[in-house]
Design a protein around this ligand. Structure first.
Ligand SMILES: Nc1nc2c(ncn2[C@@H]2O[C@H](COP(=O)(O)OP(=O)(O)OP(=O)(O)O)[C@@H](O)[C@H]2O)c(=O)[nH]1
Ligand SMILES: [Mg+2]
Length: 248
């Protein structure tokens, strides 16, 4: 496990990520996401760190834009690995915020070219992680605004919904739609999710154009603000090298 950790820390992009805040500074909530660093990767559930920190899970179809959204929120370009080839995030990657909370980049689902056996494996990992992980304080469900609410997106809602924890849907790549198309997609997705309206919120987002950032920051920041006040004395995560400024 330590070997794997050191391997990831030695990747140039991650070394860079650990020191690069993208040269941006943000007032208020954004400081929660700025200076995020790569923490640890897990290949299977038994590799997960102990569930003793606040986690924000990012799930979505393969290629929907999960890693890009994490980078956009963090104000960095190479924190999470972004690829034109779907199915590239094949590990559960954890990023540590300076307040100690974790952003969790989950492997994408639904990419047809991934062998059936691997797809099924990851779906069972996602089901177990989303339904049982006590440290998750909210799910960010990323959907391509051009094809929201696929069958597997609904499956994620079914798995996570019973936890009663909040879900925020980012309809991303909104820059690929006209204003009217984007507004119509937002309306129809909200309508489709209205039975879940106590638990689910929906917004338009673009990592490319950085639109919808304030709304996303305020929702996720709200979840973390609530949790982080209780998590001040959080113990270090087993096997993790860098925990940020609060490490004694
Ligand atoms: N135009 C546009 N392209 C985007 C946006 N977000 C992501 N992309 C592109 O979509 C592709 C996939 O983005 P990723 O962030 O790697 O997607 P992912 O969901 O992490 O993909 P997997 O890890 O394979 O599941 C890349 O080519 C990105 O540049 C966006 O808001 N607008
Ligand atoms: Mg990814």
């Amino acid at each position: 496990m330590l070997d794997k950790l050191l391997f990831y820390f030695n990747l140039p992009s991650l070394r860079h990520a650990a020191t690069d805040s993208g040269g941006l500074s943000f007032p208020g909530l954004m400081s929660l996401f700025a200076n995020a660093v790569f923490a640890i990767s897990a290949e299977k559930l038994s590799d997960l760190p102990p569930p003793d920190g606040a986690e924000i899970a990012f799930a979505g179809r393969s290629n929907a834009g999960k890693s890009s959204a994490i980078n956009a929120l963090a104000g960095q370009t190479r924190l999470a690995f972004v690829s034109k080839t779907p199915g590239r995030t094949q590990l559960i990657n954890f990023f540590r915020l300076t307040n100690g909370a974790l952003l969790v980049d989950l492997p994408g689902y639904g990419y047809a070219a991934v062998p059936e056996k691997i797809r099924r494996h990851w779906q069972s990992v996602l089901a177990a992680y989303l339904s049982r992980r006590s440290s998750i304080c909210g799910l960010v469900l990323i959907m391509d605004a051009r094809r929201p609410l696929t069958e597997l997106d609904r499956q994620m809602l079914e798995w996570f919904g019973p936890t009663g924890k909040p879900i925020h849907v980012l309809l991303t790549k909104a820059d690929k739609l006209t204003r009217n198309e984007a507004a119509a997609t937002l309306r129809s997705t909200r309508e489709a999710l209205s039975p879940w309206s106590d638990q689910v919120s929906v917004q338009l987002f673009s990592s490319l154009k950085k639109t919808g950032m304030d709304e996303a920051e305020s929702v996720i920041g709200g979840w973390l603000g609530h949790v982080t006040r209780q998590e001040k004395e959080m113990p270090p995560v087993k096997g993790e090298k860098n925990r940020g400024p609060e490490t004694p």
